[in-house]
Design a protein around this ligand. Structure first.
Ligand SMILES: *[C@@H]1O[C@H](CO)[C@@H](O)[C@H](O)[C@H]1NC(C)=O
Ligand SMILES: *[C@@H]1O[C@H](CO)[C@@H](O)[C@H](O)[C@H]1NC(C)=O
Length: 355
């Protein structure tokens, strides 16, 4: 511990409640960028390196990966990436979408082939899926440090049975509890206990965030002890109300209410963005990416009880999709040149986001 403390003093790492603050990136698309686009990564000096070396030099210590119940972010692909990044020394945040495709507040499709004829049957399938999936990572030598059961579950999971409607959290709570039980099943067979989180969007929106967790725990089906930490998406381009100050208010109230670690599970800032009102006035370039992320980190580090636990920049190297589902044109941390259908990705100064 003393060695850890002095090491941390040297590299200015912050240990909260025995855990290092996580400076993460979501690198889910890396495999496809490399195998299908032939992506080559260059550091700010123009030297070719692995992606993890470049981002690791920029202070990354953790990697977030999404998992779908089908291709293309399926089990084998995601285990492969998790092995690669964990062998390189990065802790793994596994983001289970519980769907064959993208899951977000309005899309939570039941995986094909899952029996959704009743909540009991769907719960049973979900529980065994979570358990066998975690065991598959364990069998391949990957330890999951953070596990999100569902991605941006503000509207529920596994629609329609797990959809929250008219303030009715019953179906969602039943299903989420089943997923949580699946984690316990895996742990009982020897999987290391992950930190289990619930991840919702719009972390800045205090009323929604408060309503969500209050309603969930009021069902009595999920207790606060089932949830180890909270994760929130926080983007600057979906609402001009998504300010740093709104985030501070919202996350402070969650910290005070539940006294559990809090992550900003997804964020980014654009280098190209026209026709969109952003929620902060940082420049639309690499410097702005650093300033926005630094502001988010400052919010987390200022939370009561030292509960700010980490931040994950979303897909900084998704070179085929620089707009990242946002209304802006790019939020990558790389500038990309294409030559003969191959991506040459050169790091912006913002790859040093975390140092
Ligand atoms: C649920 O699963 C059982 C066992 O597989 C099956 O007999 C039943 O028809 C399914 N559907 C419902 C609505 O219970
Ligand atoms: C909430 O939804 C469940 C089905 O998921 C239903 O059984 C229950 O009656 C609903 N509760 C209320 C108060 O409407």
């Amino acid at each position: 511990m003393q060695i850890l403390t002095s090491f941390c003093a040297v590299v200015a790492c912050l240990v909260i409640g025995g855990r290092a603050f996580l400076n993460g990136h979501d690198l889910s698309s890396t495999g496809y960028m490399e195998t299908q686009q032939g992506a080559l990564w260059y550091d700010t000096n123009g030297k070719q390196q692995t992606l993890e070396t470049i981002l690791g030099s920029g202070g990354m210590n953790s990697v977030r990966l999404r998992l779908w119940t089908a291709d293309e972010y399926g089990l084998q692909y995601t285990i492969g990436l998790a092995q690669r990044f964990s062998k390189a020394g990065y802790s793994i945040y596994l983001d289970m979408h519980l769907s064959d495709t993208w899951a977000d507040p309005t899309h939570q499709a039941v995986p094909s082939g899952w029996d959704a004829s009743s909540i009991a049957n769907l719960s049973k399938k979900l529980r065994s899926y979570v358990s066998t999936t975690l065991q598959a990572f364990t069998a391949k030598g990957v330890k999951i440090t953070i596990l999100a059961l569902g991605n941006e579950v503000t509207g529920g999971i596994l629609f329609p049975l797990g959809q929250i409607s008219n303030n009715n959290f019953s179906g969602f709570a039943t299903l989420w509890a089943a997923a949580r039980a699946g984690v316990r099943d895996a742990v009982a067979t020897g999987t290391a206990n992950p930190q289990v989180i619930i991840h919702i969007d719009n972390g800045w929106k205090q009323a929604t965030v408060t309503w969500f967790f209050k309603s969930l725990f009021a069902t009595g089906k999920v207790s606060t002890s089932d949830v180890d930490a909270f994760g929130f998406s926080f983007y600057p381009f979906f609402s001009s109300d998504a300010t740093i100050s709104a985030l501070t208010t919202s996350l402070t109230s969650i910290a005070n209410n539940y006294k559990k670690p809090i992550y900003v599970a997804e964020t980014d800032w654009p280098t190209a963005c026209s026709g969109v009102t952003l929620s902060a006035s940082y420049p639309i370039n690499a410097q702005g990416q650093r300033e926005w992320t630094a502001a988010v980190i400052a919010v987390l580090k200022g939370l009561p009880g030292g509960l700010g636990a980490g931040v994950f920049y979303w897909e900084p190297a998704y070179v085929t999709t620089p707009s990242l589902g946002s209304p802006c044109q790019s939020a990558l941390l790389f500038s990309v040149s294409w030559y003969e259908s191959k991506a040459y990705a050169k790091a912006l100064s913002s790859v040093e986001l975390y140092i």
